[in-house]
Design a protein around this ligand. Structure first.
Ligand code: OGA
Ligand code: MN
Length: 286
């Protein structure tokens, strides 16, 4: 039914045999959802999607998040990641759009700063640069499984504070407004997610500021060490985009980031839809 080709020893797979612009039969959609649980990153080549078709297909994975105020596409179900202005011109490096793209170069889980963080993201390439601008993924179930049992036990039950204003300010103080900080106060997330049928996953990324019960310095040491471990080569899949690629990833099983490209001379235009999570990562956040 689905033609699945693994892309990396631990996770990520290419999926053929689906036209995402047409209605996907329910059993195929169910198989895709299971493939997302199993592989965490799915690459669907050769798709031709406009925004409406991407939204319709994405809804097969669950209800969609609305794009936050301050991001391109605010108030709709698509978020645009692009260095292009409304007339297709390349925007200035100081433009908020470009600064947002710079923030995406840090390893992160989409929406981990929301009380109920995103389940999945779907990203389609509308224009890609001739070099660079890859999207890279780090497999957080593999990273957790590779820790020793004592550390796994210690991390389970830990809670991290995810703070959007703090993480964005680290990229560029001009990137976050007071209104955005108010819109996204710090939230608490489990450090280990237990919800995936294929195993527990570490959950950290750029917004993870501190750990409950630890000082900022102790927190930083722990978070930095776990992030370095999770982003070792053995846990990485780096996607070199081809026109027509649609990527789907499980934010509760992988980190991702964009790699740099010549953003003052080349065009990169990507459109994302985001599948909302169904429950908080910790009971107390409800
Ligand atoms: C995203 C994101 C990275 C990229 O769409 O959420 O982080 O490569 N994208 O554009
Ligand atoms: Mn992202």
């Amino acid at each position: 039914m689905l033609n699945i080709t693994p892309l990396q020893p631990l996770f990520a797979a290419r999926i053929e045999g689906i036209d995402a612009a047409r209605e996907v039969p329910a059993p195929v959609m169910a198989a895709l959802r299971d493939a997302l649980d199993r592989y965490a990153v799915l690459v669907l080549p050769g798709q031709r999607l406009d925004d409406a078709a991407q939204i319709a297909f994405s809804q097969g994975f669950g209800a969609l998040e609305m794009t936050r105020p301050g991001a391109l596409g605010a108030g709709s179900a698509v978020i645009v990641l692009s260095n292009l202005g409304p007339n297709g011109e390349i925007v200035a490096p100081s433009d908020k759009q470009v600064l947002n793209n710079k923030a995406n170069r840090l390893w992160h889980h989409d929406s981990s700063f929301k009380p109920i963080p995103a389940r999945a993201s779907l990203l389609s390439a509308r224009q890609i640069p001739s070099a660079g601008g890859n999207t890279e993924f780090a497999f957080m179930r593999g990273a957790f499984a590779a820790l020793d049992a004592a550390e796994q036990a210690r991390l389970r039950g830990m809670v991290a504070l995810h703070d959007f204003g703090w993480s964005r300010s680290r990229v560029d103080p001009a990137l976050v407004t007071e209104a955005e900080k108010t819109q996204h106060p710090p939230v608490r997330q489990a450090v280990v997610l237990e919800e995936n049928p294929y195993g527990p996953a570490l959950y950290l990324g750029a917004h993870a500021r501190s750990i409950d019960g630890m000082t900022e310095a102790e927190s930083r040491t722990l978070i930095d060490r776990l992030m370095a471990h999770a982003t070792e080569d053995r846990f990485i899949y780096s996607h070199r985009w081809t026109p027509g690629d649609l990527l789907i990833w499980d934010n509760r099983a992988v980190l991702h980031r964009a790699t740099p490209f010549a953003s003052t001379t080349e065009r990169r235009h990507m459109v994302r839809t985001t599948v909302a999570g169904q429950r908080p990562t910790i009971a107390a956040a409800a």
